[in-house]
Design a protein around this ligand. Sequence first.
Ligand code: URA
Length: 232
Amino acid sequence: MRLDKFIAHASPHSRSEVRQLLRTGRIRVDGEPVRDAGLALHDQSIVTLDGQVLTLQGPRFFMLNKPTDVICATTDSHHRTVIDLLRGQDPKGLHVAGRLDADTTGLVLITDDGQWSHRVKAPGRHEKRYRVRTARPITPDTSARFAEGLELRGEEDHPTLPARLELIGPCEALVWLQEGRYHQVRRMFAAVGNHVEALHREAVAGIELDPTLSPGEWRILTQAEVAAGMPG
Ligand code: URA
């Protein structure tokens, strides 16, 4: 987006007032005074007016690399939550689009756009990719059984949707799911007589966990990533 358009949307100033603000050097982009109204902003550009960060009103979208022992809830009296990790962000309306267990690590999407999170989570619309380490070697029939659909304990009348498994070592695999039931990966491995020792989510709805994010770090989604969550 052009700088002058961004400021007009993110502040109460009219386009002509924005031109004046730019001329007088009150606008900075990434710390540098900018006078070029047509400057093209990047997703990560920080624009300030008199030192105050300007943000567009509207839906917010974040990705977080969840560490273990942080829970996917908005508030909790005993544990740190993923929302607690979004330091500096107003928590109002923010929620998780697809939870992970406390001991699962990796990609968590957080937004205040309920329609977007609903689409991302809807079964059969988007794939989620997990990296799994198991206690025992993964047997040759596991891939076929995941592809056929499994009857999970307590949900025998509602088999899982076809899932894909790719072995990457005797006790390590990538798994693609089309849905997100409670403890699903762990329960699927339990159903084939194995046990999940470590679970990490790498991608959701075509959105890959940014490899530059260390556990506990987050960033704003790019426009392309937000769009990837929409179709389907
Ligand atoms: N499946 C699980 O068992 N746990 C998760 O956290 C995510 C998928």
